[in-house]
Design a protein around this ligand. Structure first.
Ligand SMILES: Cc1cc2nc3c(=O)[nH]c(=O)nc-3n(C[C@H](O)[C@H](O)[C@H](O)COP(=O)(O)OP(=O)(O)OC[C@H]3O[C@@H](n4cnc5c(N)ncnc54)[C@H](O)[C@@H]3O)c2cc1C
Length: 487
């Protein structure tokens, strides 16, 4: 195909709506192509909020680094670390304090450690698991049956609940899988799509016939690879000054991109010559050859409603749930019992108001001054969304009461922060991948030049969002190139 630089000197107008990590990554990879290959592009990014970052927000106050939204990302998915390296902030990446790595599960009101060797949710060390009080004897025997249960036949999706129940049993589902897995997806396991959220489990099952066998094989292979001392080896990674450093790095690098903050895109309408008009709430409208929607699906539905109601209707059907985080800082001297580990998760069967608590300043360095401890509680999620509407004071009291009951932590915090995340967590329900495929295909054939990307579609984790931004940039450049050739 003829390079774009040779067939046009008129810059193509790209409008990206949404200044979260996905929209910013899309802009970054487009700008990179523009620089490296001299592709003539005019890139505009529209963000409704006062600042960029969307769900990613870090507050620095009195020596504390408080994450309002995400606090880390998976190392296994390399796109976030790669981006940090490219932005020149690779040195800022930090791993978790793995010498203190331990997670607790609340069982009958008591914190019970997750046995050593549980990888994701699967036991890979016999003795610690056999002696752990977390799962009953019958529950352990049922989990062991995973070694003999034949793998699922076919490629159909199923719920995470059905999958775990089928392979490891009910107790493993409620005591381990549901609370641990809901940390990222905040979903009801009975509705959550296995293929869209944990495809790896289906792959392991099909390849090895059993989750336990598969994880043991993978562990053995990993043990043969020496740890690279110059690299971060922990499961989760963050940045010294918080995840927002990634956003700052992106913002800093996007100097060939016109960025509007405090500006809401209100509609997208088709215009002449296969172009679109993006209308903004400041009265302006912008012409675009390509429009990227890196926003929640329900917002994309509003923008597309007037010219593609069917697609808007499909987008509007992706459900979202609301959550809130409550961070609290304590003086170490005020705490009776020493804290160990990274925190605890609460199975829904415990019927508590909080769903998890992370001991942020133990999990990562650089989160609190030496003499202080920073904790973060989570509330809301499926079936408990009304809690997000409580006042800051009510949320703080509720979290503090729970910490007192569970940890005997009666000390008053020296600092508290509440962040609400309304309709922030997209729910990938069974069949999600097929629905996304349909929506992407409607875009490609019925609204060419419009791209849907971000956490609503192909992964909610930060690395997934970055990868989607990169993929969208590549796809839209290809589209522009084809348009030029066939024009
Ligand atoms: C509390 C919480 C904790 C999380 N923890 C983790 C974690 O530890 N690790 C991890 O990997 N992931 C985590 N996630 C998930 C991850 O943070 C998100 O999936 C990701 O940041 C979403 O990025 P995005 O760019 O797709 O969307 P968003 O961040 O939602 O960005 C979309 C942007 O579009 C803007 N916008 C919307 N409509 C319009 C419009 N009409 N015009 C202009 N602008 C508009 C919004 O203001 C927003 O800034 C967490 C999420 C939450 C809520």
């Amino acid at each position: 195909m003829t390079p774009l630089t040779e067939i046009t000197s008129q810059p193509k107008k790209i409008v990206i709506i949404g200044g979260g990590i996905t929209g910013l990554s899309t802009a970054y990879y487009l700008q990179k192509e523009k620089r490296i290959n001299g592709i003539p592009l005019s890139i505009t990014l529209i963000e409704a909020g006062e600042k960029l970052g969307g769900k990613i927000t870090t507050e620095k106050v009195d020596g504390f680094t408080i994450e309002g939204g995400p606090d880390c990302f998976l190392r296994q998915k390399p796109w976030a670390s790669e981006l940090a390296e490219e932005l020149g902030i690779g040195e800022e990446l930090i791993g978790t304090n793995d010498d203190q790595r331990k997670t607790y599960v609340l069982v009958n009101g008591k914190l019970t450690p997750l046995p050593d060797g549980v990888m994701l949710i699967i036991p890979t060390k016999i003795m610690p698991f056999a002696f752990s009080p977390l799962i009953s004897l019958s529950g352990k025997i049922r989990m062991g049956m995973d070694l003999f249960i034949p793998p699922f036949k076919g490629a159909d999706d199923e719920s995470v609940g059905d999958f775990i129940r089928r392979r490891l049993g009910e107790e493993a589902l409620y005591k381990i899988a549901e609370p641990l897995m809901s940390g990222i997806h905040v979903s009801d396991p009975e509705k959550q799509s296995l293929l869209a959220t944990f495809p790896r489990f289906r792959n392991i099952e099909q390849k090895h016939g059993s989750l336990i066998k598969g994880m043991l094989t993978q562990k053995k292979a990993a043990n043969h690879q020496p740890l690279n001392p110059s690299k971060l080896n922990s499961l989760f990674i963050s940045l010294k000054n918080g995840v927002e450093e990634l956003i700052n790095g992106l913002e800093h690098s996007l100097n060939e991109c016109q960025i509007y903050t405090n500006t809401l895109a209100t509609s997208i309408l088709p215009a002449a010559d296969r172009m679109y008009t993006v209308e903004l709430n400041n009265g302006e409208s912008i012409g675009a050859d390509v429009v990227v929607l890196a926003i929640p699906a329900y917002n994309a539905a509003k923008l597309l409603g007037s010219f593609h109601p069917k697609l808007a209707n499909q987008l509007g059907k992706i459900p979202y749930v609301s959550t809130a985080t409550i961070s609290m800082a304590f003086r170490k001297q005020d705490i009776q019992k020493p804290f160990t580990g990274f925190g605890f998760v609460v199975p829904s069967t415990e019927n508590r108001d909080i769903s998890a608590c992370t001991w942020s300043s133990i999990k990562f360095n650089h989160r609190a001054p030496e003499d202080y401890l920073l904790l973060r509680c989570f509330v809301g999620g499926p079936g408990k969304e009304e809690m997000v509407d409580l006042t800051d004071d009510e949320l703080f009291r509720l979290a503090h009461k729970e910490l007192n009951l569970i940890l005997g932590l009666s000390a008053d915090p020296v600092l508290t922060r509440v962040y609400r995340w309304k309709k922030a967590n997209p729910q990938y329900e069974v069949g999600h991948l097929d629905r996304v495929k349909e929506m992407f295909s409607a875009c490609a054939y019925e609204t060419p030049g419009i791209y849907l990307t971000g956490s609503a579609y192909e992964g909610v984790g930060i690395p997934d969002c970055i990868n989607q931004g990169k993929k969208t940039a590549g796809q839209l450049l290809q589209y522009i190139q084809q348009e030029q050739v066939y024009a």
